[in-house]
Design a protein around this ligand. Structure first.
Ligand SMILES: *Cc1c(COP(=O)(O)O)cnc(C)c1O
Length: 394
């Protein structure tokens, strides 16, 4: 058998300009806390129409900083989607808050505003309303932010968008990250996401108060701001006013992120072309293809398909067959509440049935900038074969 190249479900695209940008930093005076971080923050803020952007060493760190800035603490409730990476929930746990989940919409796989409204009604009666809700723009497609924002006004919670999948995406014709319907929005630059800085994240906000709070807490809770210092004996002087962390982004990361940001529109356009190609070639199969809400222009981080309900037991076999054929399919996501850590906090299978049913049936097909049409054909052929071999189609 001919050895075929492995096609991952996602991967970074690094060109010579990226390499040059990083190399240049290596021989400069700053490896961290220099001009590249500031330039990346400013370029990203401009790109997504936000007043402020604060860089961090990961989106997980940025989510933690966002929770801290909104004052999340012990006794508070934070709600998020079960169909997400664990970091969307863990950030609340870092602040000793209690986590709960809101089931997803069966079409977009995003946190469902109707389920949220229903849960809020009950939470109000029980006196356990959330302090913060963290909608996650799954696969790069925006949540129904207008509806969620409307509920936030009614019930008095704040909103952190987990836009780890969604840089370059739009909602109602405006960039995700402009925080029109949220307090803070967080992006990830992990290599599997839309653009990368190796590791890295960024929080955008229109509030200078939140921006300062996040900046300070990414640097151990220290400040050199003359307006805040209790004394100023000299230029060496700084003060720690609260307990922060070392969540700093390096100059190397920022230089790479800045270079990648210039290619964002091209990356998104390419993903849309690849998305259309899959959707066209797969439309005759008895599987559910990802649907695009009319209000959104997705960043298309993922291409999740669903096996028919009657065949959910074949998911593992189809997954294994694709892996054997050299195709790096993946499952996004194991519902967060079913993780042993969250089960130990009281959650159980059955709590969020739509997210669970989705999980049983889903597979993400490879989608990344360098994926060629020939590789997409390979994926389509292997998927069709696997569906045939395992009785999903005959
Ligand atoms: C990747 C991801 C994160 C965490 O991002 P890091 O930069 O790896 O910390 C958080 N939330 C979601 C939805 C993600 O996909």
């Amino acid at each position: 058998m001919m050895a075929t190249e492995f096609i991952p479900y996602g991967r970074q695209t690094i060109d010579q300009a990226d390499i040059d940008a990083v190399t240049e930093v290596l021989t400069s005076s700053h490896l961290t806390q220099g001009p590249k971080v500031t330039a990346f923050e400013q370029a990203l803020a401009t790109k997504v129409h936000a007043r402020h952007a604060v860089a961090a060493n990961s989106a997980t760190s940025a989510l933690h900083l966002a929770c801290l800035a909104l004052g999340v603490q012990q006794g508070d409730w934070v709600w998020t989607s079960p169909n997400t990476f664990i970091a969307s929930a863990n950030c609340a746990r870092y602040c000793s808050a209690k986590v709960d989940f809101v089931d997803i919409d069966p079409v977009t796989y995003n946190l469902c505003p109707n389920a949220l409204a229903k849960k809020l009604t009950q939470a109000k009666l029980d006196n356990r309303l959330p302090k913060v809700v963290i909608p996650v723009h799954f696969a790069g497609q925006s949540c129904d932010m207008k509806a969620i924002h409307q509920l936030s006004l009614e019930y008095g919670f704040q909103i952190i968008e987990d836009a780890s999948h969604a840089i370059g995406g739009q909602y109602q014709g405006k960039p995700i990250g402009d925080c029109r319907y949220s307090d803070i929005c967080v992006f990830s630059f992990h290599p599997v996401k839309i653009i990368t800085s190796g590791e890295g994240g960024m929080a955008t906000t229109n509030s200078s108060e939140y921006a300062n709070h996040m900046r300070t807490h990414a640097q151990q809770g220290t400040t050199k701001d003359p307006e805040v210092l209790s004394q100023h004996p000299g230029d060496w002087y700084y003060e720690q006013h609260s307990l922060g962390f070392n969540y700093r982004m390096t100059e190397l990361q920022a230089a790479l992120g800045l270079s990648q940001l210039t290619k964002l529109d091209d990356f998104i356009a390419q993903r849309h072309a690849q998305f259309e190609y899959y959707s066209d070639k797969l439309k005759h199969l008895p599987i559910t293809l990802p649907q695009q809400d009319i209000d959104t222009h997705s960043a298309l981080h993922l291409y999740p398909i669903l096996l028919p309900k009657a065949h959910h037991n074949s998911r593992k076999a189809v997954f294994d067959a694709l892996r054997l054929a050299g195709i790096g399919t993946q499952v996004h996501y194991i519902p967060v509440h079913t993780q042993p850590y969250y089960q130990a906090l009281g959650f159980a299978w059955g709590d969020f049935p739509i997210a669970e049913s989705y999980y049983q049936r889903t597979l993400s097909l490879p989608l990344f900038y360098d994926l060629t049409q020939a590789q997409q054909d390979t994926v389509i052929k292997a998927l069709t074969q696997a569906l045939q071999d395992h009785g999903v189609i005959n």
